[in-house]
Design a protein around this ligand. Structure first.
Ligand SMILES: *Cc1c(COP(=O)(O)O)cnc(C)c1O
Length: 239
């Protein structure tokens, strides 16, 4: 049985509601389409997620598999979970056991795509799992993600050899340095890569979206075409 989740205090609830309202207003001001807000709740207690859920938030992002599994088991089933942490092959099975996992945003090789596909199939879900290919747009050696030159091959592997996965788009984190520049070169690079990939794969691949932008730069990411922004500390406070 899942542990009961402590109810948030009235004060915390109001705080999270107010922060969410602000972020939503900022999104509304800048979006051209229907941008999705993914509330990044890593390290934050499940009661914070309850507060955001009560305020209407449904998409949440987590970085650590065990933390995500624990929270998913204890929290409402209508939450759409995004895994946004480094994907390890030996954790695909644990992720696939989460019935309301909505997307894995950090596919960074054809091998990991195949492993996630096999795990999702083995778990017997009736719907495909959404995935994003994470791209290392900043070329930093320690950053996750495929190199831009490998992107098309990985995307083709997902589209052609991973029937349980549905390619939703591309994701980047980008460098700290890049996040101080306008335009942010990582966001510009991801948008260009998406355009090229969309052309290469054709309309059958469906529209490919951009997951980019965090607390400090999601407004800017929206101006550059982000369809999904991942915002943590602006909603839940510093970690
Ligand atoms: C932690 C994290 C975020 C959210 O960062 P904030 O600066 O707190 O908004 C977004 N994306 C990824 C991949 C993260 O690890």
């Amino acid at each position: 049985m899942a542990e009961a989740v402590e109810a948030p205090t009235g004060e915390r609830r109001a705080e999270i509601q107010a922060a969410l309202d602000e972020v939503r207003a900022a999104i509304r001001q800048r979006q051209t389409g229907d941008a999705r807000l993914v509330a990044v709740s890593k390290y934050k207690p499940a009661s914070d997620i309850v507060a955001a859920h009560a305020a209407g938030q449904r998409h949440f992002g987590e970085n650590y598999v065990q933390e995500l599994c624990d929270k998913a088991a204890a929290l409402p089933g209508d939450i759409a979970w995004h895994f946004i942490g480094r994907l390890q092959s030996n954790k695909c099975r644990a992720l696939a056991a989460i019935p309301n996992l909505w997307a894995v945003e950090t596919i960074e090789s054809a091998d990991k795509a195949r492993k996630m596909d096999a795990a999702w199939r083995a778990a017997g879900h009736a719907r495909p799992l959404g995935v994003y290919v994470q791209v290392n747009t900043s070329g930093e050696p320690n950053k996750g993600g495929v190199e831009p030159a490998e992107l098309e091959a990985v995307a083709r592997e997902i589209a052609g050899a991973c029937p349980a996965l549905s390619l939703r788009g591309l994701m980047t984190i980008g460098s700290v340095d890049g996040s101080r520049q306008r335009p942010n070169p990582d966001f510009v690079a991801l948008a260009r890569l998406r355009d090229g990939l969309q052309q290469a794969l054709g309309p059958a691949a469906g529209p490919l979206e951009l997951s980019m932008g965090m607390s400090d730069d999601f407004e800017h990411a929206l101006e550059l075409g982000a369809a999904s922004v991942r915002v943590g500390s602006r909603i839940f406070g510093a970690r």
